[in-house]
Design a protein around this ligand. Structure first.
Ligand code: NDP
Length: 397
C-alpha cells in the first residue's frame, strides 16, 4: 500500500524523461508542494461526481447480481455505456468550445496525486463503515486482520441507498477516465511535436484501448460475475486500482509516445492490428461463452459443448474455449496487452511495463481463482484440471 503509489509516481517521472535510462536514474523529483494543487483536486472531484450523477440517471436495464450467502440478489443498473456516451458528448463540447484539455496533461502528476488522496480517503471511509456491518455482509476474502482487510476490503457490497460504491468504481471513473487521458495524450503529442495529425502509433494505442473500454462498458453485466464483485471486498486494493492505477498506468503507452515518438510502418501496423484482433477474439469469445453458460446452462447454442457436473449443481465447461486452457480469457487479454505496447517500438522497456505487470497480475489471479474453484468444486475441479492441463498458455503454462 505504501510501495504502489511510490512506484506509480516513479514510473510517471521516468516516462517524462527524455532519456529514461539507468544512467539517468533516479529521475529529477518534483518538490512535494509542486505535486499538490487544490484546484486540480477540485477538478478530480468534479470528474468523480459527474460520473456518479451519470450512474444515478434512470436509464438502462436493471439486472440482478449473483445470489449472496443469504440468497438475496442485489439489483444493478446497467448504464455504463450511456455514461461513456454522455462523457464523450461533454468532451466533444469542450473541444468545440475550445476548453484547454491540455490542462490535464500539464497537471498529470497532480491529478494522479489527487486521485490517490481521494482513493485513500475512500478506503478509510469504507473500512470504518464496514466495522458496523453484520457478519453476513462481509466479503468472503476478508480475514479479520485489520491491515489485510483495509487492503482487500471488509464489506462485500458497500452501498449508500441504492448507490453501489464498488460497482460504480469498477468501470466508470477509472475506465472512462483512461480513455479521456489517452485522448489528452494524443492532443499533447500533436501540440508538443508540432504535428498536424497524430502519429500512427498513437492512433493504434488510442483505438485499441478505446475498443477495450467500450467492450467492457457494452458488456457491463459481465462484471457482476467477476471475483472483484463476488469475492473481494471494497477496500484499498480496488479503490486504488480502479481510480488511480487504471487511468494513470493503463494510459502509459500514450503518455510514453508524447515524449518518445515512434514511427510505425503500415506493414508493422497491419501486423500489430492482427495481434490485437487475435487477442480480442479469444478474450471476447471466451468471456461470452462462459457468461452465456452461467446465465443459462441449457442454452441451445451451447448444447454442443462438453461439461463436467459438480456437487454444487453448477457444471464446468470442458470443451470450446474453456477446453483450450483453464483461463482462455486471460490468454486473450495478454495478447491484447502486447499489441498495446508494440506501437511504441523496441527502444525502451517502459512501454512494456503493462504487459509484464499484467502477466504477473493474471498469473497470481489465476492461482487465486484456482484455489477457490478447487475448494468449491473438489473432485470435479481435479477432473477438469486432468482434462485441461494448461492454465493460460496452451502447451506452456
Ligand atoms: P473469470 O471471468 O475467468 O472468472 C473465473 C470464474 O469462472 C471461476 O471462479 C468460476 O466461477 C468460473 N469458471 C472457471 N472455469 C470455468 C469453466 N470451465 N466453466 C464454467 N465456469 C468456469 O475471472 P476474472 O473475474 O478474473 O476475469 C474476468 C475478465 O476480466 C477476464 O477476461 C480478465 O482477463 C479480465 N481482467 C482484466 C483486468 C485488467 O486490469 N485489465 C484485471 C482482471 C481481470 P463459477 O464457477 O463460480 O461461476
Amino acid at each position: 500500500m505504501l510501495g504502489l503509489p511510490a512506484f506509480l509516481f516513479l514510473l510517471l517521472l521516468l516516462c517524462r524523461q527524455r532519456e529514461p535510462s539507468l544512467l539517468n536514474f533516479p529521475p529529477p523529483l518534483p518538490a512535494l508542494y509542486d505535486l499538490w494543487e487544490t484546484r486540480v483536486f477540485g477538478v478530480y472531484l468534479l470528474w468523480f461526481f459527474v460520473q456518479a450523477l451519470f450512474y444515478l440517471l434512470p436509464i438502462g436495464k436493471v439486472v440482478e447480481g449473483t445470489p449472496l450467502t443469504d440468497g438475496r440478489r442485489l439489483k444493478y443498473r446497467l448504464n455504463g455505456f450511456y455514461a461513456f456516451l454522455l462523457t464523450s458528448a461533454a468532451v466533444g463540447a469542450c473541444l468545440f468550445w475550445g476548453v484547454e484539455l491540455y490542462y490535464v496533461y500539464r497537471h498529470f502528476l497532480q491529478l494522479a496525486l489527487a486521485a490517490l488522496v481521494f482513493s485513500v480517503g475512500l478506503s478509510v471511509y469504507l473500512y470504518v463503515r464496514a466495522l458496523r456491518v453484520p457478519r453476513a455482509e462481509l466479503a468472503p476474502a476478508s480475514s479479520g486482520n485489520a491491515i489485510y482487510d483495509f487492503y482487500i476490503g471488509r464489506e462485500l457490497n458497500p452501498r449508500i441507498g441504492t448507490f453501489d460504491l464498488k460497482y460504480f468504481c469498477e468501470l466508470r471513473p477509472g475506465l472512462i477516465g483512461w480513455v479521456v487521458i489517452n485522448l489528452v495524450m494524443l492532443l499533447a503529442e500533436m501540440k508538443l511535436q508540432n504535428r498536424a495529425t497524430p502519429s500512427l502509433a498513437m492512433v493504434l494505442v488510442n483505438s485499441f484501448q478505446l475498443l477495450y473500454v467500450v467492450d467492457a462498458l457494452w458488456n457491463e453485466e459481465a462484471v457482476l460475475t467477476t471475483m472483484d464483485i463476488i469475492h473481494d471486498g471494497f477496500g484499498f486494493m480496488l479503490a486504488f486500482g480502479d481510480l488511480v492505477w487504471v487511468p494513470f498506468i493503463y494510459s502509459f503507452q500514450a503518455f510514453y509516445l508524447v515524449h518518445h515518438p515512434n514511427e510505425v510502418s503500415w506493414l508493422a501496423a497491419s501486423l500489430i492490428v492482427a495481434v490485437k484482433l487475435c487477442g480480442y477474439v479469444i478474450f471476447r469469445c471466451a468471456n461470452a461463452q462462459k457468461n452465456a453458460f452461467r446465465k443459462n446452462p441449457t442454452d441451445p447454442r451451447l448444447a454442443h459443448l462438453k461439461t463436467i457436473h459438480t456437487s454444487t449443481g453448477k457444471s464446468l465447461l470442458v470443451s470450446g474455449w474453456w477446453g483450450l486452457v483453464r483461463h482462455p480469457n486471460y490468454l486473450g487479454d495478454l495478447i491484447m496487452a502486447l499489441a498495446w505496447s508494440l506501437p511504441c517500438g523496441f527502444n525502451h522497456i517502459l512501454p512494456y511495463f503493462y504487459v509484464i505487470y499484467f502477466t504477473a497480475l493474471l498469473v497470481h489471479r489465476e492461482a487465486r481463482d484456482e484455489r477457490q474453484c478447487r475448494r468449491k468444486y473438489g473432485a470435479a475441479w481435479a477432473e477438469y484440471c486432468r482434462r485441461v492441463p494448461y492454465r493460460i498458455v496452451p502447451g506452456v503454462y
